[in-house]
Design a protein around this ligand. Sequence first.
Ligand code: FCB
Length: 457
Amino acid sequence: MHPAIPPELLAAFPKDFVWGVATSAFQIEGAATEDGKGPSIWDHFCRLPGAIADNSHGDVACDHVHRWQQDLDLIASLGVDAYRFSMSWPRVRPTGAGAFNEAGLDFYDKIVDGLLARGIKPYLTLNHWDLPQALQEKGGWAHRDTVFRFVEYAQAVAARLGDRVAAITTHNEPWVMATLGHESGVFAPGLKDRAMAMQVSHHLLLSHGLALQALRAQACKARLGIVLNLSPVGPATDSPADQAAARLEDGRLVRWYMDPLLKGTYPQDVLDHLGADAPQMQADDLRDINTPMDFLGINYYSRAVVSALGSWDNKTSGLALTDMGWEVYPDGLTELLLRMRSDWSMPPLYIMENGAAFRDKVQDGKVHDAARTDYIARHVSAVAQALQQGVGVQGYMVWSLLDNFEWASGYEKRFGIVHVDYATQQRTLKDSALWYRDFLGRQRVRPAAQAPQAAEV
Ligand code: FCB
Protein backbone atom coordinates (compact mmCIF):
# COMPACT_ATOMS: atom_id res chain seq x y z
CA MET A 1 0.00 0.00 0.00
CA HIS A 2 1.32 3.42 -0.91
CA PRO A 3 0.55 6.27 1.41
CA ALA A 4 -1.67 8.58 -0.55
CA ILE A 5 -0.47 12.08 -1.24
CA PRO A 6 -3.54 13.99 -2.48
CA PRO A 7 -3.29 14.86 -6.20
CA GLU A 8 -3.74 18.58 -5.54
CA LEU A 9 -0.62 18.45 -3.36
CA LEU A 10 1.36 16.53 -5.98
CA ALA A 11 0.45 19.21 -8.49
CA ALA A 12 2.31 21.73 -6.34
CA PHE A 13 5.69 20.27 -7.41
CA PRO A 14 7.03 21.94 -10.54
CA LYS A 15 8.30 19.61 -13.26
CA ASP A 16 11.89 20.67 -12.62
CA PHE A 17 11.70 19.99 -8.87
CA VAL A 18 14.87 18.08 -7.88
CA TRP A 19 14.29 14.76 -6.09
CA GLY A 20 17.27 13.06 -4.53
CA VAL A 21 18.90 10.88 -1.93
CA ALA A 22 21.73 11.88 0.40
CA THR A 23 24.76 10.41 2.16
CA SER A 24 28.02 11.69 3.63
CA ALA A 25 31.60 10.53 3.21
CA PHE A 26 32.51 9.41 6.73
CA GLN A 27 29.21 7.59 7.17
CA ILE A 28 29.54 5.35 4.10
CA GLU A 29 33.02 5.37 2.57
CA GLY A 30 35.25 3.17 4.75
CA ALA A 31 38.78 2.77 3.28
CA ALA A 32 39.87 4.96 6.18
CA THR A 33 43.60 4.60 5.56
CA GLU A 34 43.71 3.72 1.87
CA ASP A 35 45.17 5.59 -1.08
CA GLY A 36 46.79 8.25 1.04
CA LYS A 37 43.74 9.35 3.06
CA GLY A 38 44.68 11.08 6.31
CA PRO A 39 42.80 10.65 9.60
CA SER A 40 39.80 12.87 10.34
CA ILE A 41 38.55 14.01 13.73
CA TRP A 42 35.88 11.30 13.48
CA ASP A 43 38.50 8.56 12.95
CA HIS A 44 40.16 9.88 16.08
CA PHE A 45 36.96 10.39 18.12
CA CYS A 46 35.71 6.84 17.42
CA ARG A 47 38.77 5.53 19.29
CA LEU A 48 37.88 7.37 22.51
CA PRO A 49 36.37 4.93 25.00
CA GLY A 50 32.59 5.35 25.25
CA ALA A 51 32.34 7.91 22.44
CA ILE A 52 30.30 5.67 20.09
CA ALA A 53 27.33 3.68 21.40
CA ASP A 54 28.38 0.38 19.83
CA ASN A 55 32.14 1.10 19.97
CA SER A 56 32.23 1.14 16.19
CA HIS A 57 34.15 3.32 13.74
CA GLY A 58 34.21 4.28 10.07
CA ASP A 59 37.04 2.02 8.90
CA VAL A 60 34.77 -0.04 6.67
CA ALA A 61 31.30 1.51 7.05
CA CYS A 62 29.36 0.67 3.84
CA ASP A 63 32.61 0.01 1.97
CA HIS A 64 31.43 2.56 -0.57
CA VAL A 65 34.96 3.36 -1.77
CA HIS A 66 35.16 -0.18 -3.18
CA ARG A 67 31.51 -0.49 -4.16
CA TRP A 68 30.82 2.93 -5.60
CA GLN A 69 29.85 1.67 -9.04
CA GLN A 70 27.15 -0.63 -7.75
CA ASP A 71 26.01 2.09 -5.35
CA LEU A 72 25.66 4.54 -8.24
CA ASP A 73 23.69 1.90 -10.16
CA LEU A 74 21.45 1.55 -7.11
CA ILE A 75 20.89 5.32 -7.01
CA ALA A 76 20.08 5.31 -10.73
CA SER A 77 17.60 2.47 -10.22
CA LEU A 78 15.57 4.73 -7.93
CA GLY A 79 15.01 7.24 -10.70
CA VAL A 80 16.20 10.23 -8.66
CA ASP A 81 17.40 13.47 -10.25
CA ALA A 82 20.19 14.15 -7.79
CA TYR A 83 22.61 12.56 -5.36
CA ARG A 84 23.87 14.59 -2.43
CA PHE A 85 27.21 13.31 -1.10
CA SER A 86 30.17 14.79 0.71
CA MET A 87 33.90 14.71 0.11
CA SER A 88 36.28 13.63 2.80
CA TRP A 89 38.61 16.59 3.23
CA PRO A 90 41.45 14.35 4.59
CA ARG A 91 41.06 12.01 1.59
CA VAL A 92 41.67 14.98 -0.68
CA ARG A 93 44.25 16.82 1.46
CA PRO A 94 45.46 14.41 4.15
CA THR A 95 46.75 16.94 6.68
CA GLY A 96 44.41 19.75 5.69
CA ALA A 97 47.41 21.82 4.56
CA GLY A 98 50.26 21.07 2.18
CA ALA A 99 50.00 18.66 -0.71
CA PHE A 100 46.71 17.50 -2.19
CA ASN A 101 46.22 13.77 -2.67
CA GLU A 102 45.62 13.00 -6.35
CA ALA A 103 44.17 9.57 -5.57
CA GLY A 104 41.54 11.20 -3.37
CA LEU A 105 40.62 13.79 -5.99
CA ASP A 106 40.46 11.00 -8.61
CA PHE A 107 37.97 9.07 -6.52
CA TYR A 108 35.51 11.97 -6.45
CA ASP A 109 36.18 12.68 -10.12
CA LYS A 110 34.98 9.15 -10.86
CA ILE A 111 31.90 9.59 -8.67
CA VAL A 112 30.97 12.81 -10.44
CA ASP A 113 31.50 11.37 -13.93
CA GLY A 114 29.71 8.17 -12.89
CA LEU A 115 26.69 10.18 -11.73
CA LEU A 116 26.61 12.27 -14.89
CA ALA A 117 26.87 9.13 -17.04
CA ARG A 118 23.77 7.86 -15.24
CA GLY A 119 21.90 11.14 -15.72
CA ILE A 120 22.11 12.14 -12.04
CA LYS A 121 23.04 15.63 -10.85
CA PRO A 122 25.93 15.68 -8.34
CA TYR A 123 25.23 17.81 -5.22
CA LEU A 124 28.55 18.05 -3.45
CA THR A 125 29.16 18.95 0.20
CA LEU A 126 32.68 20.03 1.11
CA ASN A 127 32.48 19.64 4.89
CA HIS A 128 30.19 17.07 6.45
CA TRP A 129 32.11 17.16 9.75
CA ASP A 130 35.28 15.13 8.99
CA LEU A 131 37.95 17.79 9.55
CA PRO A 132 41.53 16.53 9.06
CA GLN A 133 42.85 15.50 12.49
CA ALA A 134 46.12 17.33 11.76
CA LEU A 135 44.18 20.62 11.64
CA GLN A 136 42.40 19.76 14.90
CA GLU A 137 45.82 19.36 16.50
CA LYS A 138 46.56 22.95 15.49
CA GLY A 139 43.34 24.18 17.11
CA GLY A 140 40.71 23.00 14.64
CA TRP A 141 37.74 25.23 13.85
CA ALA A 142 38.45 27.32 16.94
CA HIS A 143 41.62 28.54 15.21
CA ARG A 144 41.17 31.27 12.58
CA ASP A 145 43.76 29.70 10.27
CA THR A 146 41.42 26.76 9.62
CA VAL A 147 39.14 29.20 7.79
CA PHE A 148 41.86 29.77 5.19
CA ARG A 149 42.73 26.07 4.90
CA PHE A 150 39.05 25.43 4.15
CA VAL A 151 39.02 28.11 1.45
CA GLU A 152 42.08 26.50 -0.18
CA TYR A 153 40.37 23.10 -0.09
CA ALA A 154 37.21 24.58 -1.62
CA GLN A 155 39.25 26.23 -4.38
CA ALA A 156 41.10 23.02 -5.26
CA VAL A 157 37.88 21.01 -5.37
CA ALA A 158 36.08 23.60 -7.45
CA ALA A 159 39.01 23.78 -9.89
CA ARG A 160 38.74 20.03 -10.35
CA LEU A 161 34.97 19.40 -10.23
CA GLY A 162 33.25 22.78 -10.38
CA ASP A 163 32.53 22.43 -14.10
CA ARG A 164 30.45 19.26 -13.55
CA VAL A 165 28.71 19.39 -10.17
CA ALA A 166 25.30 21.03 -9.98
CA ALA A 167 25.80 22.47 -6.51
CA ILE A 168 28.49 22.91 -3.89
CA THR A 169 27.52 23.12 -0.23
CA THR A 170 30.25 24.55 1.96
CA HIS A 171 29.22 23.13 5.34
CA ASN A 172 26.65 20.67 6.58
CA GLU A 173 25.00 21.77 9.83
CA PRO A 174 27.45 24.20 11.46
CA TRP A 175 25.29 24.15 14.64
CA VAL A 176 26.06 20.45 15.06
CA MET A 177 29.82 20.89 14.57
CA ALA A 178 29.94 23.86 16.93
CA THR A 179 27.50 22.83 19.65
CA LEU A 180 27.61 19.03 19.69
CA GLY A 181 31.32 18.99 18.85
CA HIS A 182 32.58 21.74 21.19
CA GLU A 183 29.93 22.50 23.82
CA SER A 184 28.20 19.24 24.78
CA GLY A 185 31.10 17.21 23.38
CA VAL A 186 28.95 14.29 22.22
CA PHE A 187 30.35 14.53 18.67
CA ALA A 188 33.92 14.94 17.42
CA PRO A 189 36.17 16.54 18.49
CA GLY A 190 34.44 15.94 21.85
CA LEU A 191 35.21 19.27 23.57
CA LYS A 192 33.11 21.02 26.22
CA ASP A 193 33.67 24.75 26.10
CA ARG A 194 30.85 27.13 25.18
CA ALA A 195 33.08 30.05 24.23
CA MET A 196 35.05 27.78 21.94
CA ALA A 197 31.83 26.44 20.41
CA MET A 198 30.70 29.96 19.53
CA GLN A 199 34.11 30.79 18.07
CA VAL A 200 33.86 27.62 15.97
CA SER A 201 30.41 28.63 14.70
CA HIS A 202 31.81 32.02 13.68
CA HIS A 203 34.77 30.50 11.86
CA LEU A 204 32.53 28.02 10.06
CA LEU A 205 30.29 30.84 8.87
CA LEU A 206 33.24 33.02 7.89
CA SER A 207 34.88 30.20 5.94
CA HIS A 208 31.58 29.65 4.12
CA GLY A 209 31.39 33.29 3.03
CA LEU A 210 35.05 33.50 2.01
CA ALA A 211 34.81 30.21 0.10
CA LEU A 212 31.82 31.54 -1.85
CA GLN A 213 33.80 34.66 -2.76
CA ALA A 214 36.83 32.59 -3.81
CA LEU A 215 34.78 30.17 -5.93
CA ARG A 216 32.96 33.00 -7.65
CA ALA A 217 36.33 34.64 -8.36
CA GLN A 218 37.41 31.47 -10.15
CA ALA A 219 34.12 31.46 -12.12
CA CYS A 220 32.88 28.20 -10.60
CA LYS A 221 29.74 27.16 -12.49
CA ALA A 222 28.11 25.21 -9.64
CA ARG A 223 25.41 26.83 -7.50
CA LEU A 224 26.82 27.67 -4.08
CA GLY A 225 25.23 27.51 -0.64
CA ILE A 226 25.22 26.07 2.88
CA VAL A 227 23.05 23.50 4.69
CA LEU A 228 21.58 24.22 8.13
CA ASN A 229 19.74 21.95 10.56
CA LEU A 230 16.62 23.92 11.42
CA SER A 231 13.47 23.25 13.41
CA PRO A 232 10.56 25.27 14.67
CA VAL A 233 11.31 25.87 18.36
CA GLY A 234 8.39 26.19 20.75
CA PRO A 235 7.81 26.40 24.52
CA ALA A 236 6.70 23.31 26.50
CA THR A 237 4.03 25.43 28.26
CA ASP A 238 2.71 28.99 27.98
CA SER A 239 4.68 30.06 31.06
CA PRO A 240 6.83 33.18 30.53
CA ALA A 241 9.90 31.18 31.60
CA ASP A 242 9.31 28.49 28.97
CA GLN A 243 8.60 31.11 26.32
CA ALA A 244 11.83 32.93 27.10
CA ALA A 245 13.77 29.67 27.02
CA ALA A 246 12.26 28.77 23.64
CA ARG A 247 13.05 32.21 22.24
CA LEU A 248 16.68 31.86 23.30
CA GLU A 249 16.93 28.37 21.83
CA ASP A 250 15.44 29.66 18.58
CA GLY A 251 18.17 32.29 18.72
CA ARG A 252 20.94 29.77 19.18
CA LEU A 253 19.70 27.17 16.70
CA VAL A 254 18.05 29.22 13.97
CA ARG A 255 18.72 32.97 14.16
CA TRP A 256 22.43 32.57 15.08
CA TYR A 257 22.95 31.11 11.60
CA MET A 258 20.17 32.70 9.54
CA ASP A 259 20.77 36.30 10.62
CA PRO A 260 24.49 36.54 9.77
CA LEU A 261 24.07 34.60 6.52
CA LEU A 262 21.11 36.62 5.29
CA LYS A 263 21.31 39.93 7.16
CA GLY A 264 24.96 40.25 8.17
CA THR A 265 24.22 40.52 11.91
CA TYR A 266 24.23 38.21 14.91
CA PRO A 267 21.03 38.25 17.01
CA GLN A 268 21.46 40.72 19.85
CA ASP A 269 19.54 38.63 22.41
CA VAL A 270 21.94 35.73 21.88
CA LEU A 271 25.00 38.01 22.05
CA ASP A 272 23.65 39.45 25.33
CA HIS A 273 23.06 35.96 26.68
CA LEU A 274 26.55 34.78 25.71
CA GLY A 275 28.35 37.78 27.24
CA ALA A 276 32.06 36.97 27.37
CA ASP A 277 31.46 33.70 25.48
CA ALA A 278 30.50 35.59 22.30
CA PRO A 279 32.96 35.02 19.46
CA GLN A 280 35.92 37.25 18.64
CA MET A 281 35.50 38.75 15.20
CA GLN A 282 37.24 41.10 12.83
CA ALA A 283 35.79 44.17 11.17
CA ASP A 284 34.63 42.66 7.86
CA ASP A 285 33.67 39.21 9.05
CA LEU A 286 29.92 39.75 9.12
CA ARG A 287 30.00 41.38 5.71
CA ASP A 288 31.87 38.34 4.34
CA ILE A 289 29.48 35.87 6.00
CA ASN A 290 26.62 37.76 4.35
CA THR A 291 27.95 36.97 0.83
CA PRO A 292 24.88 36.16 -1.32
CA MET A 293 24.12 32.45 -1.75
CA ASP A 294 22.56 30.66 -4.71
CA PHE A 295 20.58 28.38 -2.40
CA LEU A 296 20.02 27.55 1.24
CA GLY A 297 19.74 23.90 2.24
CA ILE A 298 17.63 22.81 5.19
CA ASN A 299 17.84 19.50 7.04
CA TYR A 300 14.58 18.81 8.85
CA TYR A 301 13.84 15.89 11.14
CA SER A 302 11.56 17.14 13.92
CA ARG A 303 10.51 20.13 16.00
CA ALA A 304 12.20 21.34 19.20
CA VAL A 305 10.18 21.86 22.38
CA VAL A 306 11.90 23.79 25.15
CA SER A 307 11.29 23.91 28.87
CA ALA A 308 12.93 26.36 31.25
CA LEU A 309 13.43 23.43 33.60
CA GLY A 310 15.88 21.83 31.19
CA SER A 311 14.75 18.72 29.40
CA TRP A 312 11.21 18.06 28.16
CA ASP A 313 9.79 14.55 27.88
CA ASN A 314 8.56 14.19 24.31
CA LYS A 315 6.77 10.95 25.19
CA THR A 316 4.10 13.17 26.73
CA SER A 317 3.21 14.75 23.37
CA GLY A 318 1.40 11.72 21.97
CA LEU A 319 3.28 11.99 18.66
CA ALA A 320 4.94 8.89 17.21
CA LEU A 321 8.69 8.71 17.88
CA THR A 322 11.40 7.36 15.58
CA ASP A 323 14.16 5.05 16.78
CA MET A 324 16.23 8.18 17.55
CA GLY A 325 13.44 9.20 19.95
CA TRP A 326 12.55 12.14 17.66
CA GLU A 327 8.90 13.13 17.23
CA VAL A 328 7.32 12.60 13.82
CA TYR A 329 6.01 16.10 13.14
CA PRO A 330 5.64 16.89 9.42
CA ASP A 331 3.63 20.08 10.06
CA GLY A 332 6.81 21.53 11.52
CA LEU A 333 8.41 21.47 8.10
CA THR A 334 5.62 23.55 6.53
CA GLU A 335 5.74 25.89 9.53
CA LEU A 336 9.51 26.26 9.23
CA LEU A 337 9.41 26.97 5.49
CA LEU A 338 6.71 29.62 5.91
CA ARG A 339 8.72 31.24 8.66
CA MET A 340 11.87 31.29 6.52
CA ARG A 341 10.00 33.25 3.89
CA SER A 342 8.45 35.71 6.31
CA ASP A 343 11.53 36.43 8.45
CA TRP A 344 14.32 36.56 5.86
CA SER A 345 14.82 37.42 2.23
CA MET A 346 15.42 33.89 1.00
CA PRO A 347 17.44 32.41 -1.85
CA PRO A 348 15.92 29.22 -3.35
CA LEU A 349 15.49 26.51 -0.69
CA TYR A 350 16.31 22.82 -0.79
CA ILE A 351 15.35 20.18 1.75
CA MET A 352 18.78 18.55 1.78
CA GLU A 353 17.95 15.89 4.39
CA ASN A 354 14.75 14.40 5.72
CA GLY A 355 14.18 10.85 6.90
CA ALA A 356 13.86 8.57 9.90
CA ALA A 357 15.54 5.72 11.76
CA PHE A 358 13.45 2.69 12.57
CA ARG A 359 14.31 -0.85 13.66
CA ASP A 360 14.20 -2.66 10.36
CA LYS A 361 14.38 -6.38 9.79
CA VAL A 362 15.10 -8.22 6.57
CA GLN A 363 12.50 -10.96 6.08
CA ASP A 364 12.66 -13.14 2.95
CA GLY A 365 14.74 -10.52 1.18
CA LYS A 366 12.34 -7.68 2.00
CA VAL A 367 12.20 -4.88 4.54
CA HIS A 368 8.67 -3.76 5.38
CA ASP A 369 9.44 -0.31 6.74
CA ALA A 370 5.95 1.16 6.50
CA ALA A 371 6.68 3.74 9.21
CA ARG A 372 9.56 5.19 7.18
CA THR A 373 7.51 5.34 3.99
CA ASP A 374 4.76 7.09 5.91
CA TYR A 375 7.31 9.53 7.39
CA ILE A 376 8.69 10.42 3.96
CA ALA A 377 5.27 10.72 2.30
CA ARG A 378 4.00 13.00 5.06
CA HIS A 379 7.04 15.25 4.82
CA VAL A 380 6.79 15.40 1.03
CA SER A 381 3.18 16.54 1.58
CA ALA A 382 4.43 19.14 4.05
CA VAL A 383 6.79 20.52 1.39
CA ALA A 384 3.90 20.59 -1.09
CA GLN A 385 1.85 22.65 1.35
CA ALA A 386 4.64 25.20 1.58
CA LEU A 387 4.94 25.27 -2.22
CA GLN A 388 1.20 25.87 -2.50
CA GLN A 389 1.67 28.90 -0.28
CA GLY A 390 4.37 30.21 -2.57
CA VAL A 391 7.58 29.23 -0.73
CA GLY A 392 10.41 28.71 -3.22
CA VAL A 393 11.52 25.15 -2.50
CA GLN A 394 13.41 23.59 -5.41
CA GLY A 395 14.37 20.12 -4.18
CA TYR A 396 13.95 17.36 -1.62
CA MET A 397 16.51 14.70 -0.65
CA VAL A 398 15.86 11.65 1.49
CA TRP A 399 18.30 10.93 4.29
CA SER A 400 19.61 8.42 3.61
CA LEU A 401 20.30 6.28 0.58
CA LEU A 402 21.97 3.61 2.73
CA ASP A 403 21.95 2.51 6.35
CA ASN A 404 25.23 3.90 7.60
CA PHE A 405 27.43 5.03 10.50
CA GLU A 406 25.08 7.24 12.49
CA TRP A 407 27.78 9.18 14.36
CA ALA A 408 27.70 8.66 18.14
CA SER A 409 24.94 6.03 17.67
CA GLY A 410 27.25 3.92 15.49
CA TYR A 411 25.52 1.36 13.28
CA GLU A 412 22.61 0.82 15.68
CA LYS A 413 20.37 3.39 14.03
CA ARG A 414 19.26 2.70 10.48
CA PHE A 415 18.21 5.68 8.35
CA GLY A 416 18.57 4.07 4.92
CA ILE A 417 15.86 3.43 2.38
CA VAL A 418 18.32 0.71 1.38
CA HIS A 419 19.26 -1.84 4.04
CA VAL A 420 22.94 -2.69 4.51
CA ASP A 421 23.99 -6.01 5.99
CA TYR A 422 27.31 -4.96 7.48
CA ALA A 423 28.64 -8.55 7.60
CA THR A 424 28.22 -9.13 3.86
CA GLN A 425 27.77 -5.54 2.58
CA GLN A 426 24.65 -6.73 0.82
CA ARG A 427 22.24 -3.92 -0.10
CA THR A 428 18.47 -4.60 -0.02
CA LEU A 429 15.92 -2.05 -1.16
CA LYS A 430 13.47 -1.48 1.68
CA ASP A 431 9.79 -0.94 0.90
CA SER A 432 10.39 2.81 1.38
CA ALA A 433 12.92 2.78 -1.50
CA LEU A 434 10.43 0.97 -3.72
CA TRP A 435 7.75 3.46 -2.73
CA TYR A 436 10.06 6.44 -3.48
CA ARG A 437 11.00 4.94 -6.86
CA ASP A 438 7.35 4.38 -7.79
CA PHE A 439 6.36 7.79 -6.50
CA LEU A 440 9.06 9.47 -8.64
CA GLY A 441 7.97 7.41 -11.64
CA ARG A 442 4.39 8.64 -11.21
CA GLN A 443 5.57 12.24 -10.76
CA ARG A 444 7.40 12.08 -14.11
CA VAL A 445 4.30 11.00 -16.04
CA ARG A 446 2.03 13.49 -14.28
CA PRO A 447 0.16 15.42 -16.97
CA ALA A 448 1.92 18.67 -17.74
CA ALA A 449 -1.36 20.56 -17.31
CA GLN A 450 -1.20 19.90 -13.58
CA ALA A 451 2.18 21.54 -13.23
CA PRO A 452 2.24 25.25 -12.43
CA GLN A 453 2.33 27.28 -15.63
CA ALA A 454 5.40 29.29 -16.48
CA ALA A 455 4.81 33.02 -16.26
CA GLU A 456 3.44 34.52 -19.49
CA VAL A 457 5.76 36.95 -21.19
C1 FCB B 1 22.01 14.98 10.34
C2 FCB B 1 23.33 14.69 9.67
C3 FCB B 1 23.38 13.39 8.91
C4 FCB B 1 22.64 12.29 9.63
C5 FCB B 1 21.26 12.75 10.05
C6 FCB B 1 20.44 11.70 10.73
O1 FCB B 1 22.22 15.81 11.42
O2 FCB B 1 23.63 15.73 8.77
O3 FCB B 1 24.71 13.08 8.68
O4 FCB B 1 23.38 11.82 10.67
O5 FCB B 1 21.36 13.86 10.88
